[in-house]
Design a protein around this ligand. Structure first.
Ligand code: ATP
Length: 627
């Protein structure tokens, strides 16, 4: 029915095909709905009452015809007619109550699921973020929670309502005249079987639309951001992008037309069934009335009742698949909630208090975790249903290193040597595969993540600034910082004058869509942000881009101030940083192959001497990213 390419992304029909309602999933779903049980009870009660109330008018009409009319009782006619109006009013009231309850349940459930998911995603290890498609993840928080909500307020309500209407109406009909009831049901199989097929087909088409919509979303989020848009332009891929988008949009449109037609045929068929049913009732019932076996009132009541059974019957034929679909949304939400969190606080983890900032790597080896340890297949790519279970090759081997408090250690080496990986183990972006990283003598895995990270300031190569004012970006490190403190940090980071010179000063909005700071300026803002945090340990990845002389001097001055009195692990690319470091470690293929001061290493004539020669001969960076 659907192309293989759609598997695993949307709730395609195959996701529910041959599936059983899993009790565990239902129980867990109920766990989320439980706080709303009073509202759910109100909702379901209103549905049942409304279904029962609907039986009243036909029975009142019957009394009017059979009792009041023959005896000419005007008063009774009026009373019965008035009661019909009352029933209609009561039904209207119930409809409002029902909607009130269902919106309380529905919105409450969406809220709970969203907040729970957001919290979970925030606690996921960084490896999860590096692997997951942001668009797919956002879709879980936007669409699937709505689907899950729909399971409770939509599908559950519908099944119950249809069930109650069907049973009560059939009972009433059987009591009134069983033969007529049987006749009215005879036409049903003619329609129920096709209805089932049409229902499935419409569902499949809906899924197809959802999948294509999700793909369009991903394409748009990836291509509309600055970096993506630039890539599209520079490679002249506009026509290809358009045709890919066009194909998906056309798919959505085509599926939309089919859905419209199938749905209309379904409803037209239902109308025909109802008409045939009514005709059969009057046709067969008319003979019974003439033969004196049935009263006119019974006939009218039966004809009114019979039209009420077909729609619920047809809808119930698809109830199973509806329920399954609804449950799939819950499953997709639970899938994220169940994703493994590989970096967690150990029970009894201790706080790192007033750290001195001694950082030690003790025989640390590391390999990047297997996808299955950190990620979810359906969030990685639309097509994948399983993740690799083999971890990467070892990236670090027996790294031993001690960074004494207040000293600067420079990591240098060729691209891909493992410098960034070493640095990422200190704030526990990843955990060592064997050996240990210790801060002040305590294994970082025995410290609380909050206190560990509070004592480490990381300045990456290309720091991220949120789409907010510079002041707000700086205060991300310390929300309570005063304007004077912001300015002091920025002066120390040699960026105050630049900011002060902007039209809106510290209120200038930066980030992807805001004012574009240059690479060097951005890094100095990040240094200022780090200074506001005032950590004992600094992990710094120097920009590899060549700065102009002015920027170079500013960054140099900023760093000198920033690293003053802190323990620093610097992935160094600039000669001045390297020469001034207390210790230089040369990293190659995941090992520290040389260590010493600039002079010692130069004298040794090893890899460092080579790197240095290349560097001082050409540029001002060592072991730059491009290798
Ligand atoms: P550069 O100077 O170019 O930034 P580096 O010395 O910092 O390089 P790392 O980024 O630490 O090197 O990479 C070391 C090795 O680990 C490389 O072979 C890289 O391909 C691999 N690697 C890095 N990040 C990941 C990841 N998230 N998953 C799997 N492998 C990774």
């Amino acid at each position: 029915m659907m192309g293989g390419g759609f598997h695993g992304w949307g709730n395609d029909a195959s996701a529910v095909k041959g599936k059983r309602l899993e009790v565990a999933v239902l129980r867990r779903a109920w766990g989320f709905a439980r706080p709303f049980r009073a509202w759910i009870t109100g909702f379901l009660t209103a549905i049942v009452l409304s279904a029962l109330l609907a039986l009243v008018p036909p029975l009142l009409f019957r009394s009017i015809i059979d009792t009041a009319l023959p005896e000419g009782e005007r008063g009774l006619v009026t009373v019965l007619a008035a009661l019909t109006v009352l029933a209609a009013l009561a039904d209207a009231g119930l409809a409002v109550v029902q909607r009130w309850c269902s919106s309380r349940v529905g919105e409450g459930l969406i809220y709970r699921l969203r907040v729970t998911l957001f919290d979970k995603v925030q606690r996921m290890p960084i490896a999860f973020s590096t692997r997951t498609q942001t668009g797919a993840l956002i879709s879980r928080l936007n669409n699937d929670v709505v689907g899950a909500q729909n399971a409770v307020t939509g599908t559950l309500g519908q099944v119950l309502s249809n069930g109650v209407v069907l049973v009560t109406t059939l009972v009433a009909m059987l009591v009134l005249e069983w033969r007529l009831t049987v006749v009215s049901l005879v036409v049903l199989p003619l329609f129920v079987v096709p209805a089932k097929r049409v229902g499935r087909r419409v569902q499949a088409l809906f899924r197809q639309q959802m999948t294509l919509n999700a793909q369009m979303n991903t394409q748009m989020t990836e291509r509309f951001n600055v970096a993506g848009a630039q890539l599209v332009k520079l490679y002249g891929r506009h026509p290809e992008e358009l045709s890919a988008f066009d194909a998906r949009a056309a798919g959505v449109a085509a599926a939309g037309v089919k859905v419209a037609m199938y749905s209309r045929v379904f409803f037209v068929a239902m109308g025909v069934v109802a008409a045939v049913g009514a005709a059969a009732t009057y046709g067969f019932g008319g003979h019974l009335v003439i033969g004196g076996e049935l009263s006119t009132g019974d006939l009218v009541a039966m004809a009114a009742l019979v039209t009420r059974i077909y729609a619920p019957l047809m809808q119930l034929t698809n109830a199973r698949i509806d329920l399954m679909t609804a449950v799939v949304s819950f499953e997709r939400v639970f899938e994220v909630l169940d994703a493994p969190v590989s970096v967690t606080d150990r029970p009894g983890a201790v706080e790192l208090v007033a750290p001195r900032g001694r950082v030690v790597f003790d025989r640390v080896s590391f390999r990047y975790p297997a996808p299955s340890e950190v990620s979810i297949a359906s969030l990685e790519s639309p097509g994948s249903s399983a993740l690799g279970t083999t971890p990467g090759d070892p990236v670090l081997h027996d790294v031993d290193l001690a960074v004494e408090p207040g000293t600067v250690v420079a990591l240098v080496g060729p691209s891909g040597a493992g410098k960034s990986t070493i640095a990422s183990l200190v704030p526990r972006l990843y955990d060592a595969s064997s050996g240990a990283v210790r801060v002040d003598g305590v294994d970082v895995r025995d410290l609380t993540q909050a206190s560990l990270r509070a004592s480490i300031g990381v300045v990456p190569q290309d720091p991220h600034l949120f789409h907010e004012s510079i002041a707000a970006n700086l205060r991300y490190a310390r929300p309570e910082a005063t304007q004077a403190e912001l300015e002091a940090a920025c002066r120390a980071a040699r960026i105050h004058d630049v900011i002060a010179g902007l039209p809106e000063g510290y209120d200038t909005v930066v980030g992807e869509r805001g004012y574009r700071l240059s690479g060097g300026e951005k890094q100095r803002v990040a240094i200022a942000r780090m200074l506001l945090k005032d950590p004992a340990i600094v992990v710094l990845d120097e920009a590899t881009s060549h700065l102009d002389a002015e920027n170079e001097a500013a960054v140099q001055a900023a760093l000198e101030e920033a690293l003053q009195g802190r323990t620093a692990l610097v992935i160094a690319h600039r000669l001045s940083t390297i020469r001034d470091a207390d210790l230089i470690c040369v990293v190659d293929a995941g090992r520290i192959v040389e260590r010493g001061t600039h002079d010692e290493l130069l004298a040794a004539g090893g890899l460092y001497a080579d790197l240095y020669r290349t560097l001082s001969g050409s540029t001002s960076t060592v072991g730059a990213g491009e290798g």
